[in-house]
Design a protein around this ligand. Structure first.
Ligand SMILES: Cc1ncc(COP(=O)(O)O)c(C=O)c1O
Length: 386
């Protein structure tokens, strides 16, 4: 994409307006059937079904455009686009794991990854082990000749634990193990794990890239060989991403940097408010210098986002707090324009660290006025403490 700054690149990743009747935005290609000019072209497409127009389920013009844009942004050889962030993860894992092989997964993974690994991968005869971040002695002990994949997610879901990637990659390379990294928290703007030697990077474009809580899309940035393996699995499993999802993700990319900056600014204001509030017991927020992962986070990540996890002292039913919030809506996911809150039972799917004296919540700080967001939390705490 030339030498322009990333912000300019993201704005100017447009289509050819001349060829597309002056249209600045991407036209939507909806066909399930793609037509071949003649028999020769049909045979060629059969041979190159991932690169030539073949059948709508395997991709449209819009899918190909998003593949190309994301490969450029991650500076990867290739990119697979899938129906969701979770399908990007599961399709990648099943592409490389087989009966008898072993998979090491961070214990701070997104909970559905834990569920898939412990309930589905094991059914195929894959041995799944979870590792504690930055306990390299134990980590090394878990590796055997059968270990095929090391699955990483940083900062981890709910607890934002950060892995010391440099050390993990060194071990993985020595032992010839494929590394897979969920980069949804930072997006390509905040971190490029490929530059640190990771083999396959996954992002749920459902979150910050699309940015408006109206889309599902998964991104897998990798080498061409790995692309062929994963794309072939996705085809066999019938994974399908609608052209509209790709167009929505491309649109989201244009405002991503501006939104991310605002999410992180607002989150800092909300963090300062929470930090001063007596009812708040713990706060997990990476820009907080007291956070145990702060320095490691600084080592790898160049931006922050809108996620904060915190706990409040148990006083009465949490509905007194949650139901008195007007701007922080109760709902899953994050990365959209709006503020969200969700009660958290466990900070990790593996380590049950729930304290009886507190209630945990994860908030996603949206793009509203930060003063209004603070007033909203104030009102919720007031009703809860009455
Ligand atoms: C870290 C992380 N990875 C992956 C996913 C899955 O993404 P999707 O909702 O697009 O399936 C999520 C969803 O919350 C997530 O938080």
């Amino acid at each position: 994409m030339g030498k322009n700054k990333i912000k300019t690149k993201l704005i100017h990743n447009g289509i050819d307006t001349v060829k597309n009747y002056g249209s600045l935005s991407d036209p939507l290609y909806k066909s399930s059937t793609l037509i071949f000019k003649d028999y020769k072209e049909y045979l060629l497409a059969k041979k190159n079904k991932f690169s030539k127009p073949y059948y709508g389920r395997l991709g449209s013009y819009n899918t190909k455009r998003l593949e190309k844009i994301m490969s450029e942004l991650y500076q990867s050889e290739s990119c697979v686009i899938t129906s969701s962030g979770l399908s990007a993860i599961t399709l990648t894992l099943v592409s490389f794991l087989e009966k008898g092989s072993e998979c090491l997964i961070t214990q701070n993974c997104y909970e559905p990854v834990y569920n898939f690994a412990t309930q589905n991968l094991v059914k195929f005869g894959v041995k799944v082990k979870f590792f504690e971040n930055n306990n390299l002695k134990n980590f090394t002990k878990l590796i055997t000749k059968k270990t095929k994949i090391i699955y990483l997610e940083s900062p981890g879901s709910m607890n934002y634990e950060v892995e010391d990637l440099e050390k993990i990659i060194k071990i993985a390379k020595q032992k010839n193990i494929i590394t897979v990294f969920d980069n949804t928290w930072a997006t390509f703007l905040g971190f490029n794990p490929l530059k640190w030697g990771v083999d396959i990077v996954i992002e749920s474009a459902t979150k910050y890239i699309s940015g408006h809580s109206d889309n599902f899309c998964g991104i897998i940035a990798c080498s061409y060989n790995n692309y062929l393996k994963i794309k072939s699995t996705a085809t066999k499993y019938g994974d399908y991403v609608h052209s509209d999802s790709c167009v929505t993700a491309i649109r989201g990319l244009r405002t991503l940097e501006t939104r991310m900056n605002q999410h992180s600014k607002n989150a800092k204001v909300v963090y300062n408010f929470l930090n001063k509030n007596k009812i708040v017991k713990d706060i997990i927020f990476l820009p907080d210098k007291k956070n145990k992962n702060h320095n490691l986070w600084k080592k790898y990540f160049s931006l922050s986002n809108g996620l904060i996890t915190f706990s409040i002292l148990k006083k009465k039913d949490i509905s007194f707090f949650l139901d008195n919030l007007k701007l922080f809506k109760i709902g899953f996911s994050w990365g959209g324009f709006e503020s969200l809150i969700i009660p958290v039972n466990n900070l990790s799917p593996v380590v049950k660290s729930y304290k009886n004296s507190v209630f945990w919540f994860r908030i996603h700080v949206g793009l509203e006025s930060s003063t209004d967001l603070i007033d909203d939390l104030k009102k919720g705490f007031l009703e809860y403490e009455k």
